[in-house]
Each structure stands twice: as structure tokens, then as C-alpha cells.
Design a protein around this ligand. Structure first.
Ligand SMILES: [Zn+2]
Length: 249
């Protein structure tokens, strides 16, 4: 089958541009039908250049949301990793670059039903940014054409707890220092400790917000791309208990 005849899970169809999400939401609520993308008979084995470039940053974020909704329903797109590996071996056209925590329970591709070649991944404890992370993001967006920068924190994050508790250990001390501004900036009247999960999760969310602000501040390349509406910089929080990715910015 030729490339243009195939749909990829990340790719939006024209139905999407006509308010597809709204119609899916009402159809799902009414229990009428599965979203059209779920019943797509054929799919590409890896995101192609043309497919990626046909999507807007907003459509890519919507596709990630729909992927997480499938994950939460216990569903996933039919996929063959070997076919994806073969199809992407000679070139990659990822739609987004994600900055997320190293936590073993928050694997981006799994929780958003994505495949090989769909996204770039930066993973570091507490999803903080530094010049190497920014360099990776600039490579992903400016040189490779990714259209979304997504910073994803998560609930019950050990790095956030460590920053709150002033943990000191080798190189970890310096990493946690990058999270401490989020601890200070979190407005919370209750117990501000690492064992108080509501506070820990509020700090994690603030850390995502501050990291996004730092990306815009520290990367002229990415802010320029965002100013041109070539890319979108967004945030999310993954809830370990519910499996839900909450897009927050
Ligand atoms: Zn974490």
C-alpha cells in the first residue's frame, strides 16, 4: 500500500480538522461508535515526513491526548514493533520532543500509545532543563522538524520529594537544586513536607510550569520557533494512580 493511503496513529485525518474531537466526544458519551482512527484498517509502520508535516502542533497534542485515552481504556492501536523498526531505520520524522522524569512508571510511548519513531525523549529525574537538554530540544525542533515540546511531570515524583526534603547525595544534590525554586514558588498553606502528597504534586506541577518558562528564557532557538507558531511548548502531569495525562499548558 502506498504511503498516502495509510493512516498513522499520530496523524490527524481531515475529519479532525472538522471538529473530529467534538464528534468523538459526543459519540463516545452516547456509546455510539469507536473513534474513526480506532477502526482505521491500515496504518503506516512509522510516521513519514509528509504525515508529520501535515499536522499542526495542536493536532499532535490532541493525538497524544487520544493515545492516553486509549491507554486508560486498556486499548491500543494495532502495531508491529518490527515493522516500525524497519520503516524508521533509514530516517525519522518524530512529531514531538518530550522532557519527562526517569520514573519507571511513566514511559511516554506506553502511556500515550505511541510507537517507534513518533517522539524524541529527554528523560532526567524531575524533568528539569539544562543546556544539554535544551540542545537536544533545539536539535529535535530546529533540525529535525518536531513541532511540540512537551514537559511532563508526574505525581509522587521521587525527585520532587528529594528536593522538598533537601536530600544531599553526590551529583543528585545539584540536580535537586534545580527543582528547589518550584518548592519555594508553590503556594500551599498545609504541611510542606515530602510525605504530604498533595503538596508534592503541587510542587511537581509548579516545576513543569517553571521548566517551560526556563526553556523559553534560555533557548532563543525554541522561543523563536514558538513565536513563529512553528512549534508549541506545552506541559503535562501524569497521574500514576489513574493513568491520566493532564495537559496543563
Ligand atoms: Zn519523577
Amino acid at each position: 500500500m502506498r504511503e498516502k493511503e495509510m493512516a498513522h496513529p499520530l496523524q490527524c485525518t481531515h475529519a479532525c480538522r472538522r471538529g473530529f474531537l467534538k464528534s468523538v466526544a459526543s459519540a463516545t458519551i452516547a456509546g455510539l461508535a469507536a473513534p474513526p482512527l480506532l477502526s482505521t484498517p491500515a496504518r503506516a509502520d512509522a510516521l513519514t515526513h509528509a504525515q508529520r508535516d501535515s499536522m499542526t502542533p495542536e493536532q499532535i497534542l490532541e493525538a497524544m491526548k487520544r493515545g492516553n485515552e486509549r491507554f486508560r481504556r486498556g486499548e491500543r492501536k494495532p502495531r508491529n514493533y518490527l515493522n516500525e523498526q524497519k520503516a524508521s531505520a533509514k530516517g525519522q520524522y518524530p512529531a514531538a520532543v518530550l522532557l519527562s522524569c526517569i520514573d519507571s512508571r511513566a514511559p511516554a510511548e506506553v502511556i500515550m500509545d505511541l510507537g517507534i519513531g513518533d517522539i524524541f525523549n529527554c528523560r532526567v529525574a524531575g524533568n528539569i532543563e539544562n543546556s544539554d537538554i535544551l540542545g537536544s530540544m533545539e536539535f529535535a525542533c530546529k533540525l529535525m522538524g518536531a513541532k511540540v515540546v512537551l514537559v511532563m511531570g508526574h505525581t509522587s515524583c521521587g525527585a520532587i520529594k528529594g528536593a522538598i526534603a533537601n536530600v544531599e547525595l553526590g551529583n543528585l544534590t545539584g540536580l535537586l537544586a534545580r527543582i528547589k525554586p518550584a518548592v519555594d514558588a508553590t503556594q500551599y498553606d498545609g504541611e510542606r513536607t515530602a510525605t504530604n502528597y498533595p503538596f508534592v504534586d503541587m510542587v511537581a506541577r509548579k516545576n513543569v510550569e517553571l521548566t517551560i518558562a526556563q526553556i523559553r528564557r534560555d533557548s532563543a532557538v525554541l522561543s523563536e520557533l514558538e513565536g513563529q507558531h512553528t512549534i508549541k511548548i506545552a506541559g503535562a502531569m501524569y497521574n500514576l494512580s489513574t493513568g491520566a495525562v493532564d495537559f496543563i499548558a
